[in-house]
Each structure stands twice: as structure tokens, then as C-alpha cells.
Design a protein. Structure first.
Length: 168
């Protein structure tokens, strides 16, 4: 089943407060709901926006990091099973953290305002990417792609045909 997006704009029976908001429903909710996330983002407003969006789709944000060092600390502490990674944190690349996540088969999405991913290692060049600005639906779809990417390309997923692929 795919992600279904609905804009509620004064539709009959629309609940107060939902008008104009994007709602994500379907099997994607079941896949993402209950996950725990790391948000690596150096712009505090963007970090809050991503955190709010994640929580709206049922993902608890357990850790935020505004630097590559902070994201590495979060890696050593653990406690999350999915991540969003800004490509450039305070002028430092996030690829070291992404490589660590990849090695552990932890799904992640590159979140970026860049047209290209500068200096991206070859093994991460096909990792899911989300261009800023983005919608809730796009974030949910990118996270599902990240789960599939980790299942197919991470060390734990290579050659394992028992990992189901989730449609986004």
C-alpha cells in the first residue's frame, strides 16, 4: 500500500484544527510508528520542524544533535533506530556518521539544501535524500526508502531475502 496524502480544507466533517494540514495515513504509519529517531540538524528551527513532523507520523525523537561531534556522541549512546542527517553541520560533513549508521544497518535520510551531495562516499551515494523544503508526505516516503535501503544495502541486509520491501 502506498502513502496516501489528504489535504483537509473545509471538507464536510473535517475536524477543527486540521484544515489545510497534510495527513499521512496507510501502512506507512504502521511501519514508522513507534520508531525512535536521531535528528542531526544545525539549524534549530529546522530541527524543531523535523522533530514535530516525525512526532506527527508516530516517531519519537530521542536525540537531536547540532554538530557532527554531537551526532557521533549520539551514535555511541544509541537508543534510536532511524535518523535524519543534515549533510552539512556547522561546516562539517555528516558522512562519517552516515557510514557508521550504514555499517550498523540503521536507516537514515540525508536532509539537504544542496543540489548535489558534496564528497559523498560511493557506498552512500544512493542513500535516500530529502531536499529542503519538504512536506510531511515526502519525509514519510523518504524514511520508508531509508528502511528499504538499510535492508537491501546495509551489512545485515546483503543477500537476505527475508527482509520485506515496504512500498512508499
Amino acid at each position: 500500500m502506498s502513502v496516501i496524502t489528504t489535504l483537509i480544507e473545509g471538507a464536510p466533517g473535517a475536524h477543527s484544527g486540521l484544515e489545510g494540514r497534510e495527513i499521512v495515513t496507510s501502512e506507512t504509519d504502521k511501519v514508522l510508528s513507534g520508531l525512535h529517531a536521531l535528528v542531526a540538524e544545525d539549524n534549530s528551527l529546522m530541527a524543531m520542524l523535523i522533530s514535530d513532523m516525525l512526532e506527527e507520523i508516530g516517531i519519537s525523537v530521542v536525540r537531536t544533535a547540532n554538530s557532527a561531534e554531537g551526532a557521533k556522541e549520539a551514535m555511541s549512546e544509541g537508543g534510536f533506530d532511524i535518523a535524519t542527517l543534515d549533510v552539512n553541520l556547522e561546516g562539517h560533513g555528516i558522512y562519517g556518521v552516515a557510514s557508521m549508521l550504514h555499517a550498523r544497518s540503521i536507516p537514515f535520510v540525508f536532509v539537504t539544501g544542496y543540489r548535489e551531495l558534496p564528497f559523498c562516499p560511493a557506498e552512500l551515494s544512493n542513500a535516500p535524500r530529502l531536499d529542503k523544503p519538504f512536506t510531511l508526505r515526502q519525509l514519510a516516503a523518504a524514511l520508508v526508502k531509508a528502511i528499504n535501503f538499510a535492508k537491501l544495502h546495509g551489512p545485515a541486509g546483503r543477500g537476505n531475502s527475508t527482509n520485506p520491501i515496504i512500498e512508499a
